[in-house]
Design a protein around this ligand. Structure first.
Ligand code: IMP
Ligand code: MG
Length: 184
């Protein structure tokens, strides 16, 4: 598969993506979320559990805007493969299981059907954390199949495929600063 990056057009495997959310818009929304989190976690040291790979960029900017001690843990979730639709199965890889009595904030790039986050939540609950909240950059509400409470949501977007700022199509596009959307 080949990918071509131009300023206002990204082409990956023949699919075309056009500008959708600028990095400036992303950054200012992330600052708002960071302030909210900081107010909510004044009396504890929250653990940011970052869902790899897509949430790396979001988590990095979010955490850098929080001016208090926090911890960072990672989790790998795989579901999509090289397609635009979820495979309906999620594989999880946790590197740390020490979550007992901790205040966890799961950091995810995007919620589509909600299956990935639901799977992560179910797995995490086994380790008896004190609290679990969700920080998600993008939420495709129309496709959501589960009842999830997203306390920290960046943007609600329509049910179309997006890339950039960590999000990929067939592993291309993660390094784009802005978010691009699949052209009609
Ligand atoms: P869900 O399990 O259906 O909620 O899908 C969530 C996961 O699918 C995310 O963590 C992403 O890795 C991927 N995903 C869903 N929608 C998109 C998209 O529009 N662009 C890139 N990845 C997506
Ligand atoms: Mg993801």
């Amino acid at each position: 598969m080949t990918a071509v990056f131009e300023d206002n057009l990204i082409t990956i495997g023949g699919k075309e993506f056009v500008p959708y959310i600028t990095h400036q818009q992303i950054s200012s929304r992330i600052q708002e979320l960071a302030q909210k989190i900081q107010l909510d976690y004044q009396s504890t040291t929250p653990v940011f559990l970052v869902v790899l790979k897509g949430a790396i960029f979001f988590a990095s900017e979010l955490m850098q805007n929080i001016k208090m001690p926090v911890h960072l843990e990672i989790l790998k979730a795989e579901s999509y493969g090289n397609r635009l639709e979820s495979s309906g199965k999620v594989k999880l890889f946790l590197t740390n299981h020490d979550f007992e009595n901790k205040d966890i904030i799961i950091v995810e790039d995007i919620i589509d059907t909600g299956l990935t986050i639901k799977t992560v939540l179910e797995e995490l609950k086994k380790y008896k954390p004190k609290t679990i909240e969700l920080a998600v950059l993008l939420l495709k509400k129309e496709k959501l199949q589960f009842n999830l409470n997203v306390k920290y949501c960046g943007f609600e977007i329509p049910s179309k495929f997006v890339i950039g700022f960590g999000l990929d199509y067939a592993e291309f596009g993660r390094n784009l600063k802005d978010i691009f959307i699949l052209k009609e």
